[in-house]
Ligand binder design. Structure first.
Ligand SMILES: *Cc1c(COP(=O)(O)O)cnc(C)c1O
Length: 360
């Protein structure tokens, strides 16, 4: 036994996607954006004044939050900026969940939820998704019965890529007694109407937090920045009490402002990815894979009787060809690969490899 708390000693730790590097590696495993960040970000980095680093950064990323406020037409006191979306998930547990209380989630969803619940020593309550990836009818009734203080729901979902309808999400928020953390990391790749009108939820309800991340949609996974929107009474305890005083360094704040000011450039990239997603989806379907319609920048590709090998074997053979995709050895995903959408050229390389593997 070490000196750490018992629950830390017995927990496993988050299993992150492989972060391999190398010129020939095609990385389609962690849903990174295949395009570079906005040229404004590169410019901001080049012209960043290193002498300003002797000062502490702005504690609440005020300039960044002002841009978020303008983008979503909401008040700045309904926004918190965090060190990646992951920091917000951790803050939400720290702030809203008593030790030993219940954290709820559908299963499957982002696996970091369980790791964070274990760190807090809270109890994780998972409710299986239906076969069509919808939440079961009694999802919120069960969460309420279990007295879940906080429920995570990712939408568009992972690993399916499916978008749950806004009316279902609204019903869910209205019926949950605890806080709903609606993780919209992938919403920039979804239907624009859903993306805009889901923001209204935070003005209508006092128990919903919406999480956005710049990692995937703004091509800034390496920068570490995300933000959450919610009623001031949800945001303020995190802003003023539970977050690190200086959770975002000044370089990140500066570059993130440049990224948010690049809506036109980003919009073009999101459209390109949506097109490649549909092309890739059609091509995979044509060679025998079953694809769940995705509103995200990845596809869940399930094997069918037309695919002669197991998903796990195909994952390994792809890896030997320097192509990384994600394989989750879990009941719902054992026969599937989660594939991040790359550029048209990258997707082509994947398709060629898949055809070779399945022919051999
Ligand atoms: C990637 C991801 C996040 C957050 O990522 P950050 O890089 O920490 O911003 C949150 N939720 C889901 C479902 C994700 O896939």
């Amino acid at each position: 036994m070490g000196y750490e708390r018992k629950n830390i000693n017995s927990m496993q730790g988050y299993q992150y996607g492989e972060q391999a590097q190398g010129a020939d590696i095609l990385k389609l495993n962690t849903n990174e954006n295949p395009y570079p960040p906005s040229p404004k970000v590169a410019l901001a980095l080049k012209s960043f004044d290193a002498t300003t680093l002797r000062r502490y950064p702005n504690p609440n990323a005020d300039e960044f939050c002002a841009l978020v406020a303008k983008l979503h037409k909401i008040e700045p006191n309904k926004i918190i900026a965090t060190n990646g979306g992951d920091e917000l998930l951790r803050l939400a547990i720290t702030t809203f969940v008593e030790p030993h209380a219940v954290v709820g989630r559908p299963d499957p969803d982002y696996s970091l939820h369980s790791t964070l619940a274990e760190i807090q020593n809270s109890r994780l309550y998972s409710i299986p998704l239906l076969q069509n990836w919808e939440l079961p009818e009694d999802f919120s009734a069960k969460m309420n019965a279990a007295q879940a203080s906080l429920t995570f729901v990712t939408n568009p979902q992972t690993p399916s890529g499916k978008l749950l309808s806004l009316s279902k999400i609204r019903k869910l928020v209205a019926s949950l007694n605890g806080v709903l953390l609606l993780d919209q990391t992938y919403v920039d790749f979804a239907d624009d109407k859903h993306k805009q009108s889901s923001i209204d939820l935070i003005n209508e309800f006092e128990n919903v937090l919406i999480l956005r991340s710049l990692s995937k949609s703004y091509s800034l996974a390496g920068l570490r920045i995300g933000y959450a929107l919610g009623a001031a009474q949800l945001i303020q305890p995190m802003r003023t009490k539970t977050k690190d005083s200086y959770n975002l360094n000044s370089i990140t704040q500066n570059l993130a402002c440049a990224a948010l000011s690049s809506q036109e450039y980003m919009q073009e990239i999101w459209e390109k990815i949506k097109i490649s997603r549909e092309d890739l989806s059609q091509s995979l379907t044509a060679i025998g894979w079953k694809i769940t319609p995705s509103q995200s920048n990845f596809l869940l590709a399930e094997t069918t009787e037309k695919i002669p090998k197991s998903a796990e074997n195909i994952y390994s053979e792809l890896r030997q060809k320097n192509i990384l995709v994600r394989y989750f050895d879990q009941p719902r995903t054992r026969n599937a690969l989660r594939i991040s959408v790359g550029t048209q050229q990258e997707n082509q390389r994947l398709l060629v490899a898949l055809k070779e593997i399945c022919a051999g």
